[in-house]
Design a protein around this ligand. Structure first.
Ligand code: ZN
Length: 300
């Protein structure tokens, strides 16, 4: 009996020591003129680094179009790829490798302007679910939004992608039982950000987790738009958040604790299908935002 007890005591710490961190590829290094990849990616990296469960490598996409032929990241070494870029078109070989990675169960996280990329790459749009700009229109797929308690698939003609001024907005969680949102409040205020609206895409296998009202008085669509949702593609899980507009002068949206918590939970879910992270006690409320700029060590 003594031997059995001893074994039990030993096995747990050994298992814990051997628990492998989730390998994350943070794909960044080039985006469009409206955004700043250095600001966004530094906050994304700091957010994941708060959690010992993640081991994140930053992989830079080329800033020169001619170098794209050498861009062949090894997706297979990772459990999840965080897309924080809006760069040049990938080579066919790299596109195929990425799609295979997702089909086989690789996770993907889509951050804000990453859904602007590649309007004509069919599989990319199936993986991201919805996107904006880049000439998207009714040929890209329907609009998809929340109205009177249900989701509307709207095939009417028109451009894909619109946002109003950068303002705070209230996030309405629509599924509080999903691993990503379980334990979070049903509403909270998100700090100044672009709220994407009128996104269009294949919208296949989408599961909406949260929406927000895009106020027409500040230039929005007047609709309840998707803020974050999941997509499944093959065996792959995708977490897509429209939050995260930054430029060189501000980073409010990614300093927001609500963004950081949902991003890190979404990344874990995309990688494993589960979320073991605890919801922090300090969290924004419906009327007050909460920021973490990582200037203090204990942060969250
Ligand atoms: Zn933006």
């Amino acid at each position: 009996m003594k031997l059995k007890i001893l074994l039990l005591i030993c096995i747990v710490p050994i298992w814990c020591l051997n628990a492998k961190p989730i390998k994350v590829m943070l794909l960044t290094g080039k985006t469009d003129r409206a955004h700043n990849w250095e600001v966004t990616s530094s906050y994304l990296k700091s957010t994941l680094d708060q959690h010992a469960i993640f081991a994140t490598d930053v992989v830079l996409v080329p800033t020169v179009e001619d170098s794209m032929k050498y861009f062949e990241p090894d997706f297979s070494k990772y459990k999840v790829v965080v897309l924080a870029q809006n760069g040049f078109e990938w080579s066919e070989k790299t596109k195929i490798a990425f799609v295979e990675f997702v089909k086989k169960g690789g996770g993907v996280v889509v951050i804000h302007e990453a859904n602007n990329s590649y309007p004509n790459w069919k599989e990319y749009n199936q993986i991201t679910g919805l996107g904006g700009w880049g000439g998207r229109n009714e040929k890209s797929g329907p609009y998809y939004y929340w109205k009177n308690g249900e989701y509307i698939t709207d095939n009417s003609p028109g451009a894909g992608g619109k946002h109003g001024k950068r303002v705070p907005y209230v996030i309405n969680v629509r599924d509080q039982e999903h691993p990503i949102t379980k334990g979070l409040p049903s509403k909270w205020l998100h700090q100044n950000d672009e709220l994407y609206g009128n996104l269009r895409g294949p919208a296949e296998n989408i599961h909406v987790l949260a929406t927000a009202y895009s106020d027409s008085t500040s230039g929005g669509t007047g609709k309840e738009e998707l803020v974050f949702f999941t997509v499944t593609y093959g065996k792959g899980r995708i977490y897509h958040t429209v939050m995260g507009h930054t430029n060189a002068k501000f980073a409010d949206s990614v300093q927001d604790v609500g963004f950081q918590v949902t991003f890190s939970r979404g990344t874990e879910w995309a990688a494993t299908g589960k979320v073991k992270q605890k919801v922090p006690t300090a969290f924004p409320t419906e009327t007050s935002v909460l920021l973490n700029d990582f200037s203090e060590k204990d942060g969250l």
